[in-house]
Design a protein around this ligand. Structure first.
Ligand code: 3PG
Ligand code: MG
Length: 395
């Protein structure tokens, strides 16, 4: 399913309308706290401006609901940040398809960039509205999708805009190309053993991923609070741990389907209240006493999982093993991260919490790929196809 890339189109003197995912975290003062999504879009941005193209960037930020607090969802801080990362001029339009955008698009010179205001300020964006899409589409000679984090959405800028640009080049950017290569192509053709590591709070978030990976992986390691729902399914005692009682039946089905592919923790690090300085003890999995709750996998589980990871040729990781933001309950996640970093496997880290964990632990340079998509990377691991990518030109 190789898609035509931005590098394969002649952009000199043309206007490229590029959908990026600049939905970055901001603090209360509108300062960007993590600019990875902007940095990861640079190869596509530079590909256009270095070859003398005019670049219009469109993105959403957050989920503005039109309640009069739109200012905090402005994309202006991302335009400023981008301006500091590249030498080309970066302009900002304070609307998306209005007068300011049109005037600034018209005066844009070759090698320059224009960032449009948040596409979600227009109600047509999330409705996939054709009239709104037509206005955006009219601004570009070439469409490029480099918004991996949003690829699971069917918003106007993702689908209706490229549809409206049929007949013009519609391509993928470097980031989307790279994410697909890892999260879809590698997984479809993995080096073996292929080990998946799934954590996080809820089984319900990961059911479809587990279901899809059961057919592909050699082992699926389960950690995080998710493991307690599986423990209940095996008749274990989970004390006051976070569980999804209504998912116990489903956990049983998954266990039956997976045979011995699913690897559950053998011990649990528990505490008697949700704080780093609570009383703690390590107990065998399924033997968590009343009044105690599991906050991390225990040391035996961590070593067992690390051994499995050490022998893997492909590793996919999504979701922490415990409450990693509350030491000492970060130990399991750290051990697993260390094992992934040390292994010579092709290692793929899903976005969201796992990307944050691997970054925070300082291992992001030692893995093959850290995804910029949370929901999008999960959808891809579920084996879903994205309309926003399917409709783009084949290579
Ligand atoms: C994300 O961060 O999940 C993406 O930017 C998509 O945003 P959304 O979940 O609000 O659609
Ligand atoms: Mg999301």
């Amino acid at each position: 399913m190789a898609k035509k890339t931005i590098d394969a189109v002649d952009v000199a003197g043309k206007t490229v309308l590029m959908r990026v995912d600049f939905n970055v975290p901001l603090d209360d003062h509108q300062a960007i706290t993590d600019d990875r999504r902007i940095r990861m879009a640079l190869p596509s941005i530079e590909s256009v401006i270095k070859r003398g193209g005019k670049l219009i960037l469109m993105s959403h930020l957050g989920r503005p609901a039109g309640k009069g607090d739109d200012a905090k969802y402005s994309l202006e801080p991302t335009a400023e940040r981008l301006g500091k990362m590249i030498s080309a001029p970066v302009h900002f339009a304070n609307d998306t398809v209005g007068d300011d955008a049109h005037a600034k698009a018209k005066s844009l010179k070759n090698g320059e960039v224009l960032v449009l205001e948040n596409v979600r300020f227009n109600p047509g964006e999330q409705k996939g509205d054709a009239a709104f899409a037509a206005k955006l589409a009219a601004m570009g000679d070439i469409y490029c999708n480099d918004a991996f984090g949003t690829c699971h959405r069917t918003d106007a800028s993702m689908v209706a805009v490229p549809e409206a640009m049929k007949g013009k080049p519609r391509v993928v950017g470097h980031l989307v190309g790279r994410e697909i290569a890892y999260l879809s192509d590698t997984i479809a053709n993995p080096g073996r053993p292929f080990v998946a590591i799934l954590g996080g709070a809820k089984v319900s978030d990961k059911i479809k991923v587990i279901d899809n990976l059961i057919g592909i992986c050699d082992s699926i390691i389960i950690g995080g609070a998710m493991a307690y729902t599986f423990s209940l399914a095996q008749g274990g005692k989970v004390g006051g741990s976070l569980v999804e009682k209504d998912k116990v039946g489903l956990a049983k089905e998954l266990l039956a389907k997976a045979g011995d592919k699913i690897k559950l923790p053998v011990d649990t690090h528990c505490g008697d209240s949700f704080s780093g300085d609570c009383n703690k003890q390590i107990v065998p999995a399924g033997e968590i006493p009343d009044g105690w709750e599991g906050f991390d996998i225990g040391p035996k589980s961590a070593e067992m999982f690390a051994d499995l990871i050490a022998s893997a040729k492909t590793v996919v990781w999504n979701g922490p093993m415990g409450v990693f933001e509350m030491p000492p309950f970060d130990a399991g996640t750290k051990r697993v991260a260390q094992a992934v970093a040390d292994s010579d496997s092709v290692s793929i880290i899903g976005g969201g919490d796992s990307a944050a964990a691997i970054e925070q632990l300082g291992f992001s340079d030692q893995v093959s790929h850290v995804s910029t998509g949370g929901g999008a990377s999960l959808s891809m691991l579920e084996g879903q196809k994205f309309a926003a990518v399917e409709l783009l030109d084949e290579a």
